[in-house]
Design a protein around this ligand. Structure first.
Ligand code: FAD
Ligand code: NAI
Length: 474
């Protein structure tokens, strides 16, 4: 007889593993199917998906190591610290990253045991429909599920005529495993991966050129933040970012990789030793048996869902990168929780208006809610407060005063509509703004909260005061 579960989750990335754990916590019988070993030394299936294995976690580990190297080389001296020869051993840096990944993926295995989630290693796909159950094929074995959660995630988009071998021409998987900093690194796409991984290898000595198709830099960010980021990355840090580029041809030879491209009316050519292609990601919907069960996709090839992640099929749900919305781990995790709770008869909910974005460059960039441009386009009347970290005692003490916090609040109600940060620790500071927005707070609410002194969070306090033109220290 086929194994039977209340819930079968396909994919063990942040969306899938969290859905499985929450379903287990709620007393449902649950299985999670995962096909990828990633870089597991024993070739066993690894949990955690793109995020843990080839995304968020390994990239942040490398960003941390490379930032320390950068500081040792350039920032320690202002504190009076000098060292004669600072070296980076890339192999050790990469090993440390691999150990962190191993620790976290192993941790999810333990959590699966703790919450009685059955791991089904193999490829999962819809096989049909039985009486009140879905039939799911796992490497040829059929399991029965009252509910199916599709959490198959996404993979790197590649470009025609640019063969990714993940040695010389790499997507995110290869770019996290270089054995040394290439002398000349090319990156196609000045999005989140291009900026984060471009920063890693730039700090370790690579000459980095980023080629971006769009004429605007960081178009999704608030214009003031994008402007400041452009200044810091190109002028202070020396990232060579070319906007409005059209890639014509990429050829590989013994000398490296040659990229022929157009920039305005000019034909240009760039030679690099390694190339990262980071031009977005595509949802994993192939070989999933969607035709067998008529699972509907949207016009961009993602699984079509409503506001509660319900698909067109009864008791079939989808979460994470495979559906609409930003491709962010925390967004997928929240959806996983919501779906498990709805399956268990509870009132799951995700507030899509309060999902933070973070870009882990230095300075970090983080935001939540609307940008000033969006408010203008929507004709919303707003007030703005903006405070530079140069006016913050803690930032001065840390020797890192780049950037600012900007708050946008509704002109009539004062409700916070968006908060945008560029600066040290923006990733942590944004949490206060997310909480505020989640609870519908006003800038006055933040202005009346006591913030510890001296902290970077005081800049958030000052920014809220600045919305009402009464900042105390600027
Ligand atoms: P995934 O993590 O892609 O997991 C899906 C899993 O399903 C995979 O393990 C896959 O093998 C498995 N699978 C697919 N099809 C099947 C099948 N048919 N059968 C069995 N298994 C299957 N987001 C952030 O929020 N913060 C960050 O800092 C961040 N950094 C990133 C850095 C990089 C370099 C990249 C590439 C991404 C980053 N992201 C970050 C995005 C984040 O990784 C994704 O949003 C997140 O992993 C999506 O989770 P998911 O569960 O939807 O899919
Ligand atoms: P992205 O969407 O952030 O950026 C891709 C960039 O490539 C865009 O600026 C786009 O205009 C450009 N592009 C597309 N086609 C091009 C072409 N032919 N030539 C030149 N440029 C071209 O995608 P990216 O960087 O690949 O990252 C994928 C996703 O992973 C992100 O959107 C994000 O959801 C997630 N991610 C999140 C991170 C975080 O939260 N800190 C870090 C890294 C990735």
């Amino acid at each position: 007889m086929a194994k039977q579960f209340d819930v079968v989750v396909i994919g063990a990335g942040p969306g899938g593993y969290v859905a499985a754990i929450r379903a287990g916590q709620l007393g449902l019988s649950v299985a999670c199917i995962e096909s990828q070993p990633y870089a597991d030394p024993k070739g066993e299936v690894r949990l955690g998906g793109t995020c843990l294995n080839e995304g968020c976690i390994p990239s942040k580990a490398l960003l941390q190591s490379s930032e320390l190297f950068e500081q040792a080389n350039h920032s320690f001296v202002m504190h009076g610290i000098t060292a004669d020869s600072i070296k980076m051993d890339v192999a050790t840096m990469v090993r440390r990253k691999d150990n962190i990944v191993g620790q976290l993926t192993g941790g999810i295995r333990s959590l699966f045991k703790k919450y009685k989630v059955t791991l089904l290693p193999g490829h999962g796909k819809f096989a049909g429909r039985g009486d009140d159950v879905w039939l799911v094929d796992v490497n040829g074995e059929i399991v029965e599920a009252k509910h199916v959660v599709v959490a198959t995630g996404s993979r790197a988009r590649h470009l025609d005529g640019i063969p990714v071998d993940n040695k010389i021409i790499c997507d995110n998987a290869g770019a996290l495993c270089f054995d040394k900093a290439p002398k000349r690194l090319g990156v196609i796409g000045a999005g989140v991966i291009g900026l984060e991984l471009g920063s890693v290898w730039k700090r370790l000595g690579s000459e980095v050129t980023i080629l971006e198709a769009l004429p605007d830099f960081l178009a999704a960010a608030d214009p003031a933040v994008a402007k400041e980021a452009w200044k810091v990355f190109t002028q202070k840090q020396g990232l060579n970012i070319q906007l409005g580029v059209k890639i014509n041809k990429v050829t590989q030879s013994k000398k490296g990789v040659t990229i022929d491209f157009e920039l305005g009316d000019e034909e240009k050519s760039l030679e690099v030793d390694r190339l990262i292609v980071s031009v977005g990601r595509i949802p994993n919907t192939s070989n999933l048996g969607i035709e067998t069960v008529d699972l509907k996709l949207d016009d961009r090839g993602r699984v079509d869902v409503d506001g509660h992640c319900r698909t067109n099929l009864p008791n079939v749900w989808a979460v994470g990168d495979v559906i609409r919305g930003p491709m962010l781990a925390h967004k997928g995790m929240e959806e996983g929780v919501m779906v498990a709770e709805l399956i268990a008869g509870q009132a799951g909910h995700v507030n899509y208006d309060a999902i933070p974005w973070v870009i882990y460059t230095h300075p970090e960039i983080a935001w939540v809610g609307k940008t000033e441009q969006q408010l203008k386009n929507e004709g919303v009347e707003y007030r703005t407060g903006q405070i530079p970290f140069a006016a913050n005692g803690r930032a001065l003490g840390q020797g890192d005063t780049t950037g600012f916090i900007k708050m946008l609040a509704d002109a009539k109600t004062d409700r916070i509509l968006g908060v945008h940060i560029i600066g040290n620790n923006a990733s942590e500071l944004i949490a206060e703004a997310v909480v505020a927005m989640e609870f519908g707070a006003s800038s006055e609410d933040i202005a009346r909260i006591c913030h510890a002194h001296p902290t970077l969070s005081e800049a958030m306090h000052e920014t809220a005061l600045a919305v009402d033109k009464r900042s105390l220290h600027f």
